[in-house]
Ligand binder design. Sequence first.
Ligand SMILES: Nc1ncnc2c1ncn2[C@@H]1O[C@H](COP(=O)(O)OP(=O)(O)OP(=O)(O)O)[C@@H](O)[C@H]1O
Length: 504
Amino acid sequence: MPASVLIVDDEKNILLTLSQSLQLAGYHTELASSGQVALDVASARPVDAVLMDVKMPDMDGLTALGRLHEMKPELPVIMMSGHGTIDTAVKATQLGARDFLEKPIARDRLLVALRNVLKHQAVIEELQELRAQLGRYDMVGTGPAMQRIFSLIQRTAPSEGRVLITGENGTGKELIARALHQHSRRKNEPFVKLNCAAVPHELIESELFGHEKGAFTGAVSVRRGKFELAHAGTLFLDEIGDMPSAMQAKLLRVLQEGELERVGGAETIKVDVRVIAATNKNLEKEIADGHFREDLYYRINVVQIHSPPLRERREDLPDLIDTFLTESCARNGRKPLKLSPEALSVMASYDYPGNVRELRNLVERLAILCEGPVVSGPEAVELLPRGRGGAVPIPSPAAPSAVFPAVAPPMAPASPPSEAAPTRAPEPAPQVGFRPRVDRTFREQVEDAEREIILHTLAHTQDNVTEAARLLDLERGHFYKKMKALGLRRSAADKEPTQGPSGE
Ligand SMILES: Nc1ncnc2c1ncn2[C@@H]1O[C@H](COP(=O)(O)OP(=O)(O)OP(=O)(O)O)[C@@H](O)[C@H]1O
């Protein structure tokens, strides 16, 4: 299909001459005798490039260029003028014109200019397509949780709405932020990131807003901050829950008014930045504890996207492992490795406290260390943090799936069986799958372990409470109280007499 060129000029004979030249060269042409007609044509019909006169009555060419780009920001426009001054040419370029031709226009010069802008446009479109494909490829996951995230990205990206991304470390929050940018209207502008937790408190203002020369010791020259660098694009504020309180107030002002002053500067600078924030903290709790400003929370939390931990979306594990394995093998110059079903089962039984980042690192280690071509179960066990992988599946009543159990495989208790348990039966003490975590408090982890010990022992005694209490060397009444405190209920299969325990 020939490229379609819209020619805009108030002089009829110029319109006809240019149109004839372009048609002879194989282009399709559309003609407009004014800026307004040009806007109407461009909104109604497909146009690949525009050739527009600067001087026209009613609406001049520069104004029409601005309006055209509001409507179609990427449409290539070549401006032409009989009274071409450097000033007009510069202004046209600043407004986004791709080229500037002086009248009378030589046919060859016109055709070269047109060919160049169309080629340039094709390269831009190809790059955008590649970026979009990369964006899709970057985020792996076919399960319902990832599908929900993809759908939110698709709906939210084209808007200007601020987004708050929540989730544990390593769950892909930064990838989500990048995907939002890549699919937004700002995609050709900068994506700038600041990790608020990684910058010392006294430097964060200068990082965000920049500083003037001499603003503080060490400020040897003027420096633009992240907001200025992200102008027209996206600023990703990672770990926003770690932003110091004084800075939160200043950030709020930029979000409200879109202006800032560099540290040590008096000039007010206007910025147009879409802010996307991420946190691994519960900001509502941080607000209740007086650590985070509620007004800032509402400003950044227009749309919230939660990225669940990997252990809650185990259905994505096979695809993730496959992708990382292919990448890692290619990076390390080796033939593609495959996982045996046993190895996959071992890897699927681990709960990845470091989430996708940890999985990615483990797979990279596999690609370096395994002899291949197929990773065996024992090799996968060896890979996982010591004591966590490849053990016999725990007969836990809490495990919902045999293929991807929700609890980690068992680990032997750290301490030897208590000597103060003379009544304990001679059979081996039950093992439990305790694993320390960084995302739960000490108390919660102790309770998790207690709950697991009780459930495991009950599974071992086939729900015989008296026997379970005896094995654990606890008073039967105390055992019941513990169950109640931990939110555990006697199951239908409970083999105990029906009357409640004393003190219940
Ligand atoms: N769905 C996914 N598909 C492919 N790779 C992923 C996915 N999610 C996360 N990753 C990979 O896991 C690693 C961690 O991701 P990312 O940095 O986006 O997480 P994060 O939540 O921002 O972490 P942090 O809170 O520590 O900054 C990266 O290497 C990223 O490419």
